[in-house]
Ligand binder design. Structure first.
Ligand SMILES: O=C(O)CCC(=O)C(=O)O
Length: 261
C-alpha cells in the first residue's frame, strides 16, 4: 500500500486558502505518485485560530466535506483527510474524516482529549464517541488526533480491535518535537502496527510547528521522515504483511493480561 502525506503549512484563519491548497495537492499527488491513500494533518482548514473558531468552522456536511468527497472520487484516491473544525450540536469539534475513493465517509472521530496548554477546552467541545477502527484498503485501520497520542489507551484499543495501520494528525509544537517522534515510535512498536503521522509546519501566535511527518513500521523502523520546517509531500510504501509476521513472532497482543493490570 502506498501512502502520501501532505505536511502542510496551514494558513491560520484562512479556510478558503487552505481548501485551495489541499485541492491542488490532492490533484498533484494523485498524478505524480498515484498513492492508494492520501493523508492530511490536524485542523487544516482553520489552523489554531481558536478565538474565531466558531465563525471559521464548517457546518455539518459542509463545504469542506463536499469538496473532499468530490476530490476522492475525481482522483480515485482514499482520503484519510486529517481533521477539520465542525460546528456540531454541543459546540465546535475537531473532527477527523476518512473518505473512500467512492466519495463515502466511512469514519468520523471527534478529538476526545482537548489540550489545556492551548486553551482548547474553552473553544472546542470534546468528542463523545469512543474511537473505533474502520476498513480501508481491505485492512483494519484507525485514526486519532495530536494530543491523543499521549494517551496510549487509544492506540491500544484500536490495535486490540484489529487495527494494523494508525493515522495520527498533528499541529504539534516544535518545542516538544522529541515527544512526537518518541511517542509515535512507541505506539508503532507496542501495538505492532504501522503509524502514519501527518504533521504541519509554519507558525501561529509565536509558536512553530514541528514538521516530522513520518511513516513507522511495526518494528519501529522509520520508513520516511519529513523535514522539521518545510512544506512537503512524504511518500512511503507499506508492506501490510509485516504486521501479522511481527505479531506472530512476538505475540504481545495475545500475551496481554488486562485483568491483572
Ligand atoms: O501534546 C502536545 O504536546 C501537543 C498537543 C497538540 O498540540 C494538539 O493536540 O493540538
Amino acid at each position: 500500500m502506498k501512502v502520501a502525506i501532505y505536511q502542510m503549512d496551514i494558513q491560520a484563519g484562512e479556510p478558503d486558502t487552505n481548501r485551495g491548497k489541499v485541492k491542488q495537492w490532492v490533484k498533484d499527488v494523485a498524478e505524480r505518485h498515484r498513492p492508494d491513500v492520501a493523508v492530511l494533518p490536524e485542523m487544516w482548514t482553520t489552523g489554531y485560530a481558536l478565538t474565531e473558531i466558531a465563525r471559521l468552522a464548517d457546518e455539518e456536511n459542509g463545504q469542506t466535506e463536499q469538496m473532499l468527497k468530490a476530490l476522492a472520487k475525481e482522483n480515485v484516491i482514499d482520503l484519510v483527510a486529517g481533521s477539520i473544525a465542525v460546528n456540531a450540536a454541543d459546540g465546535v469539534v475537531n473532527r477527523a474524516l476518512t473518505i473512500t475513493k467512492d466519495g463515502e465517509i466511512i469514519n468520523e472521530y471527534d478529538k476526545i482529549h482537548l489540550v489545556p496548554m492551548l486553551d482548547e477546552p474553552r473553544y472546542l467541545a470534546p468528542g463523545k464517541e469512543k474511537v473505533s477502527p474502520y476498513q480501508l484498503q481491505e485492512t483494519t485501520m484507525g485514526s486519532f488526533i495530536c494530543y491523543d497520542l499521549r494517551f496510549p489507551e487509544i492506540a491500544r484499543s484500536l490495535a486490540v480491535n484489529g487495527a494494523k495501520v494508525m493515522y495520527v494528525f498533528g499541529e504539534w509544537p516544535e518545542a516538544r518535537r522529541d515527544h512526537w517522534d518518541a511517542l509515535l515510535r512507541a505506539r508503532a512498536i507496542e501495538n505492532q502496527c504501522f503509524v502514519v503521522a501527518a504533521g504541519s509546519v509554519g507558525s501561529y501566535d509565536g509558536a512553530n510547528f514541528s514538521g516530522h511527518s513520518t511513516v513507522i513500521s511495526p518494528w519501529g523502523n522509520v520508513l520516511a521522515l519529513a523535514s522539521p520546517d518545510e512544506e512537503e509531500t512524504l511518500v512511503a510504501n507499506i508492506d501490510l504483511s509485516e504486521v501479522d509476521e511481527f505479531r506472530e513472532a512476538v505475540p504481545v497482543l495475545k500475551n496481554r493480561l488486562p485483568a491483572r493490570y
